[in-house]
Design a protein around this ligand. Sequence first.
Ligand code: FAD
Length: 309
Amino acid sequence: MGLSRNILLRASENHYLLTHVPNYRFVRKALKKFMPGEEIDDAVKAARLFQGDRIPAVFTYLGESIRDLNEAAQVRDHYISLLERIDREKLDVEISVKLTQLGLDLTTDHAYENFERVAEKALALHNIVWIDMERSSYVDSTLQLYKKVKRDFANTGVCLQSYLRRTKQDVLDLLPMSPLIRLVKGAYKEPKEMAFHDKRDVDTNYFELSQILLKGVSQNGVRVAFGTHDAMLHRRIIKVASEVGVTKEKVEIQMLYGIKTEEQKRLASDGYNIRVLVSYGKAWYKWYVRRLAERPANVGFVLKNLFTS
Ligand SMILES: Cc1cc2nc3c(=O)[nH]c(=O)nc-3n(C[C@H](O)[C@H](O)[C@H](O)COP(=O)(O)OP(=O)(O)OC[C@H]3O[C@@H](n4cnc5c(N)ncnc54)[C@H](O)[C@@H]3O)c2cc1C
């Protein structure tokens, strides 16, 4: 792991920075690269633009590590009314939630009940709810919850991270359930015992997992979304997909708002199934610093705004 990535991931957890940095105007200006705005209306407007390019979306209401029951219930209700709005406005938008935003740090039962209510509403409205994967200490509880909920709610999916050494086993455990899986590389600071630190190992594991998952798509009705901007991996996944008989429209790639937008449009116009993940909300600090850590050169962009705002 690079030194600058390490420093940025530490900064994402720093309380002083969390309470001060969001007030700086130049940071808020730079944030626009990754986020259309803090309000639902901003996300909806962005989704409509992407829909024009045949790119549907996934919405995430930012926030994590909530330690208050009422706050977790508010997040649950927010997602329920978001699902109603998506339905009313006939948007092709799925949602993605963090379990610590629904109370996982309080008790697993609270997170489960809140998640179940959201999944229930989504099922009634024929929509899909994804579960983000957070740091490695949450993987067991997240997957336990997913396995339980998937029995009643086929419309739920979970994210897995290729930087974790355990993920191959997790994929093999989940496959018989015809899961919905979003495969990403992983965005947190993890110890070496848990996670590969060398980018080449993370990428190699990603490709190996992709091969297993694509076979699942062709044989078991598994839905896989490749959550990566890595062009080399896109090419290799597309090649394997055609070898195992997965058609273009079943090759699903999800990318983040503001990253490789032209590539998203090109792949969509070539017939691949592209979704853009649009985040909104006021609790953006931790999420944003993880985006900077993914590409430390982004810090230069933030600083440029210091001199131009
Ligand atoms: C749809 C989606 C959902 C995600 N959900 C989760 C989750 O639930 N849990 C989790 O741990 N992680 C999640 N992530 C983040 C993920 O783990 C990676 O940290 C992130 O996607 C960067 O890795 P990469 O696969 O794009 O590959 P990289 O090798 O990091 O990047 C490949 C190329 O993409 C471009 N790029 C990548 N990131 C950036 C950036 N921030 N700014 C500018 N350019 C960039 C660069 O050109 C880079 O060379 C998600 C990512 C996506 C796309």
